[in-house]
Design a protein. Structure first.
Ligand code: GLU
Length: 465
């Protein structure tokens, strides 16, 4: 039995954890758990031009919030530390030099302007943009002398001109690439940092990753990685590429159409359990079952069953699912969650919350929606959706003042009698009352809400208008 070790290798180049990366993290985590293995986080921060300050911390925080725990990583260390590539630079140089010694890589001294010219002429001739191999001809000893003389260089992969490179994808089957279409990829950049391609292969090998599960956007990089594994004489981990998430119109998930950061959902009051459940349903179908826990997923999930059709990230579906989780949650826990989330809820209002929740729970799809539904229980409204029709309201005030026992039925009866007497529609009187008490024209059931507020508070609010 192989030791199962999976990983995600996020680059800290975005504001936070991308929802697509959260999705691959979940699958990696589940595969590790299912096989009593380990799930690892390695930070790939070698593209120094794209680094975003604080991104790594936010990525880790979002994974923690989601409840996708890792066993090794930059924050907690582990047997293969460090887990941040910028802290591992000498390792990559050593391996790249080893490849150059064996002729599987070469030093390249081409200037940026030469490369630019080459790119332009390839573009003009409708050729794929690839390095033309000029520096491949430089004998190793000469290259070393030039480096000793202080010339700037990169190290490139020496891709064979003939043949094909094939790999087996656990989800998609065999995939082949013609070597002549694979670029002599830069492995070490002129700043001494490795490119993604070298870093990912070296680290996946050293860190004993058994399964690489990543987004399909990396498929075209994989043959370069396969060649590296072959040149180093290392065993290739198993590999699977999951489909990239789509907007409902099938375009690639983008900030313009869908919030893409995990924190966007956290701040709106989505629940991590619902997020994970929803992400799981995008990857894989659990016999048509929609609501299930990560533990159930771990028991049932098989990587080979992951769908290759583009999964659609549907906000409305996620909201629906989140609402289901809210309704499923036990009351004390929900009160705790809302109180922690919503700054307008006083910390010591548990008893009041117990009365409010049954009135709003059915309508809540996110924790964030509690505020707009229930804020009036805690603070008197100061703004009103529209002007209140004072004459109508007076009918309600007179009716409610005379109600002896403050119950739904007694209030309803008084309101209807008073409306009949004045020959107005009770519905309209209720509407002015709702507006006066809550500030809004829609909200939780009105008379039940008045029961919770109590007679004194209700009449006080009305008298202030
Ligand atoms: N650093 C890559 C990323 O940003 C990792 C890709 C991989 O998993 O190999 O997603």
């Amino acid at each position: 039995m192989i030791k199962v070790r999976t990983r995600i290798a996020p680059s800290p180049t975005g504001q936070d954890l991308h929802i697509g990366n959260a999705y691959t993290a979940l699958i990696n985590y589940v595969v590790a758990k299912k096989n009593n293995g380990q799930f690892i986080i390695r930070v790939e921060d070698t593209d120094r031009t794209r680094l975003v300050e604080g991104s790594e911390q936010r990525i880790l925080k979002s994974l923690e919030w989601l409840g996708i725990p890792h066993q090794e990583g930059p924050d907690i260390g582990g047997p293969f530390a460090p887990y941040r590539q910028s802290d591992r630079l000498p390792i990559y140089i050593k391996y790249a030099e080893e490849l150059a010694e064996k002729g599987h890589a070469y030093y390249c001294f081409c200037t940026a302007s030469r490369l630019e010219e080459m790119r332009k002429s390839q573009e003009a001739n409708h050729q794929p943009p690839m390095y033309d191999g000029l520096c491949k001809k430089i004998p190793l000893e000469e290259a070393k002398k030039r480096i000793a003389n202080g010339e700037k260089y990169v190290i490139r992969l020496n891709v064979p001109e003939e043949g094909t490179t094939t790999f087996h994808d656990l989800i998609r089957g065999d995939i082949s690439f013609e070597n002549k279409l694979i670029d002599d990829q830069v492995l070490i950049k002129s700043d001494g940092y490795p490119t993604y391609h070298l870093g990912v292969v070296v680290d996946d090998h050293i860190m004993e990753i058994s399964h690489i599960i990543r987004g399909e956007e990396w498929i075209s990089s994989t043959p370069k990685h396969i060649l590296l594994y072959q040149f180093f004489g290392w065993e290739m981990p198993q590999i699977a590429h999951v489909s990239v998430l789509r907007n409902p119109d099938k375009s690639k998930l983008s900030k313009r159409k869908n919030p893409v950061w995990v924190s966007d959902y956290r701040v709106k009051g989505y629940l991590p359990e619902a997020m994970k459940n929803y992400m799981a349903t995008m990857a894989w179908s659990y016999d048509g079952k929609e609501l299930f826990s990560v533990d159930e997923m771990i028991a049932q999930f098989e990587l080979k069953d992951v769908q290759t059709t583009a999964p659609v990230f549907d906000q409305e579906k996620l909201r629906w699912m989140n609402g289901e989780y809210i309704r499923k949650m036990n009351e004390d826990e929900l009160i705790e969650k809302i109180t922690a989330f919503d700054a307008t809820v006083p910390k010591d209002s548990k008893d009041l919350m117990k009365k409010i929740l049954p009135l709003v729970k059915e309508r809540m799809k996110t924790l964030g929606e509690f505020e707009s539904l229930a804020d009036f229980f805690f603070v008197r409204p100061v703004a009103f959706e529209r002007d209140i029709k004072k004459e109508m309201l007076q009918i309600a005030i007179d009716a409610l003042s005379s109600v002896a026992s403050w119950t739904h039925d007694a209030m309803e009866k008084a309101m209807r009698n008073a409306s009949d007497k004045k020959d107005v529609k009770a519905k309209e009187v209720f509407m002015e009352l709702r507006l006066a008490i809550t500030g809004k024209t829609v909200g939780p059931p009105l008379l039940e809400s008045l029961e919770v507020l109590g007679k004194e508070e209700t009449l006080e609010r009305l008298s202030l208008l």
